[in-house]
Design a protein around this ligand. Structure first.
Ligand code: SF4
Length: 359
C-alpha cells in the first residue's frame, strides 16, 4: 500500500470484509480492512472472528481443487506423485502456540475456531467422490490440539468408508499429549509433520516454541509405531546460531525416524516478534529487508555467525540423509507391502538423486 501496489488490504480472516468490499459497501463501514484516503492509510476496526456456524456455512463445493495439485511434489511416500490427486482442506483456524516467527497469530489471534467434524468429513467425501482426490493435506496449524475433535473426524471417515490418505501438521506439545494415533491411522492418516525447528534448547526457548527437546524422540517413535510417517519442519539461520549448533541439529535429526524433512531458512514476516527483533538489531542481509521476492523461507535473509556456504552445505547434508542406508531400511520397514507407497518411495528417490546431482 505504501508503494501504491494495492488499493485495499483485508486484515485477518477475510471472508466477511472481502464480501462487503466487493458488494460496494462504503469502505468506511467495512471492518477488517485498510485503505488509502487522501494519501493517508486508514485502518478500520477488526472484524469479529467467524464462528463454527459461519465456517460450516462456507460452500466448499465452489473451491477450485484442481489448482492444488501442483503443490503435491516432494512427498516421499503413500501415493506416487504420478498417481496423486491432491487437495488442501482446513478444519480449524488458529493456533494456541506463540512462536516468535509465526504469522498465524497476526491473522487469527490465538483462539482456535473449528468446523464441525461432520462438515469436515462432508468436504473430504465430496473431494473423493466428485474430484477423485486420493491424498489430502489438512492445513490446520495444529491438528492434534483437540483430541476429541480429531477422534470424531477419524471415526466419521471410518464409518462412511471413505478411502483417502491424508497428512496433518502438529506442534510437539499437542502431539505428545495426543493419545489416539491408531484411530487416525485407520482413517487414512499417512503422515504427521511436527515443528521441530532445531535441536538447540536455547534457540527453541528464544523462538517461544514452548517444548523441551527431549519430548521429540518419544513422540516420534509413538507416531511411527502406528505405521504413520513422521514429517519434520526444520529451520536454519537463527540470529544466534553457530556452526556447532547446525552440527548438533544434524546428529539429532539423523537419529529421528522421519520419513520427510523440510529444511528452510527462518524468515521474519511483519507482525511477528521475530520481525521486530530483526528490525531493532539490524539483522537483515543486504537487499533482503521487505524484499518479498526473497521472503520464501528457501533463501537466507538474516545475518548470522554462519556463512552462506556453510549453511547451504548443512542443508544439503540434511537432504542427503534421504539417501542413507538407515533411511532406506526404515522406510522399507514402514512401507511394508503397500504397493502404492513403494512406488511413491521409488519416485521420490529418483527425484532427490536427480536434484542433488543437479546442484
Ligand atoms: S505451532 Fe506452528 S502454527 Fe502454531 S504458532 Fe508455532 S509455528 Fe505457528
Amino acid at each position: 500500500m505504501l508503494e501504491d501496489i494495492v488499493d485495499y488490504v483485508v486484515l485477518g480472516e477475510g471472508e466477511r470484509a472481502l464480501f462487503e468490499l466487493m458488494s460496494g459497501v462504503d469502505t468506511a463501514s467495512v471492518n477488517g480492512i485498510a485503505y488509502k484516503k487522501n494519501g493517508k492509510i486508514i485502518t478500520n476496526p477488526p472484524n469479529n472472528r467467524l464462528s463454527t456456524v459461519d465456517l460450516d456455512a462456507i460452500d466448499f463445493t465452489k473451491i477450485h481443487y484442481k489448482n492444488y495439485e501442483r503443490f503435491a511434489m516432494h512427498i516421499p511416500h503413500s501415493i506416487p506423485y504420478s498417481e496423486m490427486h491432491f487437495a488442501n482442506i482446513v478444519g480449524s483456524r488458529g493456533c494456541w502456540n506463540d512462536c516468535s516467527f509465526c504469522p498465524s497469530k497476526t491473522i487469527w489471534g490465538r483462539r482456535i475456531t473449528y468446523r464441525t467434524p461432520k462438515n469436515v468429513v462432508d468436504e473430504l467425501e465430496f473431494l473423493v467422490t466428485k474430484h477423485n482426490v486420493n491424498y489430502a493435506f489438512f492445513a490446520d496449524d495444529d491438528f492434534l490440539v483437540n483430541g476429541a475433535w480429531d477422534q470424531s473426524i477419524a471415526t466419521e471417515i471410518i464409518r462412511r468408508g471413505i478411502h483417502i490418505r491424508y497428512y496433518v501438521m502438529a506442534s510437539v506439545r499437542s502431539a505428545s499429549r495426543f493419545s489416539n494415533y491408531e484411530a487416525l491411522k485407520t482413517s487414512g492418516c499417512a503422515e504427521i509433520t511436527l515443528g521441530l525447528e532445531t535441536a538447540n534448547q536455547t534457540i527453541l526457548n528464544n523462538l517461544g516454541k514452548n517444548y523441551e527437546i527431549q519430548m521429540i524422540t518419544p513422540v516420534a517413535n509413538e507416531i511411527v509405531s502406528h505405521g504413520i510417517h513422521l514429517g519434520l519442519y526444520y529451520m536454519m539461520r537463527y540470529p544466534e546460531q553457530t556452526i556447532e549448533d547446525l552440527e548438533e541439529d544434524y546428529y539429532f535429526i539423523e537419529n529421528l525416524p522421519f520419513s520427510r524433512i523440510r529444511p528452510s531458512f527462518i524468515t521474519p514476516y511483519p507482525g511477528t516478534r521475530l520481525y521486530q527483533e530483526v528490525e531493532q538489531k539490524g539483522l537483515w542481509l543486504d537487499d533482503c529487508r521487505n524484499n518479498w521476492q526473497v521472503m520464501t523461507c528457501d533463501r537466507p535473509v538474516l545475518k548470522t555467525h554462519v556463512s552462506i556456504d556453510d549453511l547451504l552445505e548443512a542443508r544439503e547434508k540434511i537432504i542427503r540423509l534421504y539417501l542413507s542406508e538407515n533411511y532406506h531400511t526404515r522406510m522399507c520397514n514402514l512401507i511394508g507391502n503397500d504397493a502404492l507407497s513403494q512406488k511413491a518411495f521409488l519416485e521420490f528417490q529418483t527425484y532427490i538423486r536427480k536434484n542433488l546431482t543437479k546442484n
